[in-house]
Design a protein around this ligand. Structure first.
Ligand SMILES: [Zn+2]
Length: 309
């Protein structure tokens, strides 16, 4: 075969596909100049695609995804003209393949996300955008109000959770004054599985930055949920990890359900205030919280393995 006809892998990307017929999957696409032969193998914790007679024509290495199912992808040029793509999965997923033979040639792997849907079906989650109305929360150095930034994050979270089949209740959906008692009443309603309050951190020291997650000190499930959410938002936001801490005020929300307060970043830090205004952080913070909830609801000690369908 003349060299110019050798398949060159030019792109590897993924996205979450949310179809109008209820189909919901993580799609991985491998693009190449011409068709290549491949072999797909299931391994512990994911899938491997081996493309023979091909070469990598893009940066090699790990691409972080963290979409709640697909953790990362790793593309490497192997010996003897083989390209290896590793897909690391957080949870088991059925998959299907599709080929597109136009240019560029594409191999798509659709990873079914219904495992996540199963985890959330029947769950009732209360989301509390902090402050509201006359209580504007903390004001950033360039006048961003906490109450105005926690609301879009909460709405993004609501949207993502509804997609999983969970029942979602917002303590406020506009700029309303809501008392702590009203928030607690919603949190404590029968059947609630988690209470998530959204705030930003604040400090008199303008150098302080980063995200933290606080938990009700009353039960250990709150601390567990806080730990998972904190891990996942740090992966998404790439900001300083301020860790988790007990927040006695959350004890009133608790009633045996996990109650946490996510301090997305630090509004009093001028760099993070600018960051908070962006739609990207507002979306990523919500995705991080969902990923933390997935870990929380998933059974412990789950053996991760792909299933063929
Ligand atoms: Zn606040």
């Amino acid at each position: 075969m003349p060299l110019r006809n050798k398949p060159r892998i030019t792109n590897l990307w993924s996205k979450v596909v949310d179809g109008d017929k209820g189909e919901w999957y993580s799609r991985v696409v491998l693009e190449s100049t011409v068709p290549f032969t491949y072999e797909l193998k299931e391994i512990d914790g994911g899938l491997v695609i081996e493309c023979s007679g091909a070469e990598v024509n893009m940066p090699e290495g790990v691409l972080e995804v963290n979409d709640g199912l697909l953790r990362e992808m790793n593309i490497q040029q192997g010996e003897t003209d083989t390209v290896r793509v590793d897909l690391a999965l957080d949870y088991p997923a059925a998959y299907s393949l599709a080929l597109y033979k136009d240019f560029p040639f594409r191999l798509a792997i659709n990873l079914d996300r219904s495992y996540i849907r199963n985890l959330f079906t029947g769950k009732r989650i209360v989301i509390d955008p902090g402050h509201g109305g006359r209580d504007h929360g903390i004001k950033g150095p360039v006048s961003l109000l906490e109450k105005n930034v926690v609301l879009p994050i909460a709405r993004n979270l609501e949207k993502l959770l509804r997609k999983t089949g969970a029942q979602v209740i917002l303590t406020r959906s506009g700029d309303e004054d809501i008392s702590l008692q009203e928030r607690a009443a919603l949190a404590q309603q029968a059947g609630t599985d988690a209470y998530i309050s959204i705030h930003t951190n604040a400090s008199a020291d303008s150098g302080v930055e980063g995200a933290a997650t606080l938990y009700s000190p009353v039960n250990s499930t709150s601390e567990k949920l806080a730990r998972y959410i904190q891990e996942e938002i740090i992966k998404k936001l790439k900001v300083r990890d301020r860790g988790i801490a007990g927040q006695p005020d959350l004890a009133g929300m608790d009633k045996g359900i996990p109650a946490v307060e996510v301090e997305v970043v630090t509004i009093t830090n001028i760099v993070e205030e600018v960051f908070l205004r962006g739609l990207t952080i507002q979306k990523r913070a919500a995705e991080g919280i969902v990923n933390g909830l997935i870990k929380y609801f998933a059974p412990e000690g789950l053996i991760v393995k792909g299933d063929k369908n």
